[in-house]
Design a protein around this ligand. Structure first.
Ligand code: KIV
Length: 264
């Protein structure tokens, strides 16, 4: 199987649609990697989805480095992208480069992702200049929820113009691909045809080059209400709960362990 690189992901532009996914540990990474996904994002969405936080805001660098190392261990072929958490890149450029460098040097990531368009373009080009591939993230920015909430983007002309400008800025800054989150499909389509890097959508319709989805959402692991843009491909939580219940019953009734499970 091909070992993917950020350069190969960039070259997917115009070659048909592709799927990417998040993973948070070696088990979920190995599932996605074995399925053949070309890019795995260690999203800071691990805060709410895997660690029980209310949002991505409490996720720290140390948490992200720990989980990125685990994903790296579970992954052979996919590009591993580490999400830079809240305040790890906003304070100043030096700190941002040092933190991005930790993901590459210490955790074995192939690239980093950070939120923001025009306002992050200078930082993106600095990271790229220093040998750190960057996946950009525009549209709805979960690290900004205290300021802007979870509202969909692209409903007004000003918003469309501003997010188009973000896409152009991150492309010119050297990002190898860009995620667009929670945007109208019209806006995502316009952006996809206006930049020469792959545009990867989440809640942004069907016209983007790629899609990204949160693994625990699509596998039905959390049992929470899912947004409309998620499709449930499995119901692992229900299956796991009924397996644990069956195990409990079998222990209580003396069915498990049976002769098959015992070393004589
Ligand atoms: O943190 C995350 O999982 C993300 C994706 C939703 C793109 O940023």
């Amino acid at each position: 199987m091909t070992a993917w690189t950020p350069k190969k992901i960039k070259a997917l532009k115009g070659k048909g649609k592709f799927a990417t996914i998040t993973a948070y540990d070696a088990i979920t990474a190995s599932i996605a990697d074995t399925a053949g996904v070309p890019l795995i994002l260690v999203g800071d969405s691990l805060g709410p989805t895997a660690l029980g936080f209310e949002s991505t805001v409490p996720v720290t660098m140390d948490i992200m480095v720990h989980h990125t190392k685990a994903v790296r261990r579970g992954c052979k072929n996919a590009v591993v992208v580490a999400d830079m958490p809240f305040l790890s890149y906003q304070i100043d450029e030096t700190e941002a480069i040092r933190n991005a460098g930790r993901f590459i040097q210490e955790a074995g990531a192939d690239a980093v992702k950070l939120e923001g368009g025009v306002c992050r373009a200078k930082l993106i080009s600095k990271l790229v200049e220093n040998g750190i591939p960057v996946m950009a993230h525009i549209g709805m920015l979960p690290q900004n929820i205290k300021q802007s909430g979870y509202a969909y983007k692209g409903k007004t002309e000003e918003e469309v113009a501003s997010i188009m400008a973000d896409a152009k800025a991150v492309t010119e800054a050297g990002a190898f691909c860009v995620v667009i989150e929670c945007a109208t499909s019209g806006l995502a389509e316009k952006i996809t045809s206006s930049v020469d890097i792959p545009v990867i959508g989440i809640g942004a319709g069907a016209a983007t080059d790629g899609q990204i989805i949160v693994i625990s959402d699509m596998l039905g692991m959390n049992g929470c209400k899912l947004p409309k843009f998620v499709k449930l491909y499995a119901n692992m939580r229900e299956e796991a709960i009924s397996a644990v219940k069956q195990y409990m019953e079998e222990v209580e009734n003396g069915v498990f362990p049976s002769a098959d499970n015992i070393y004589e």
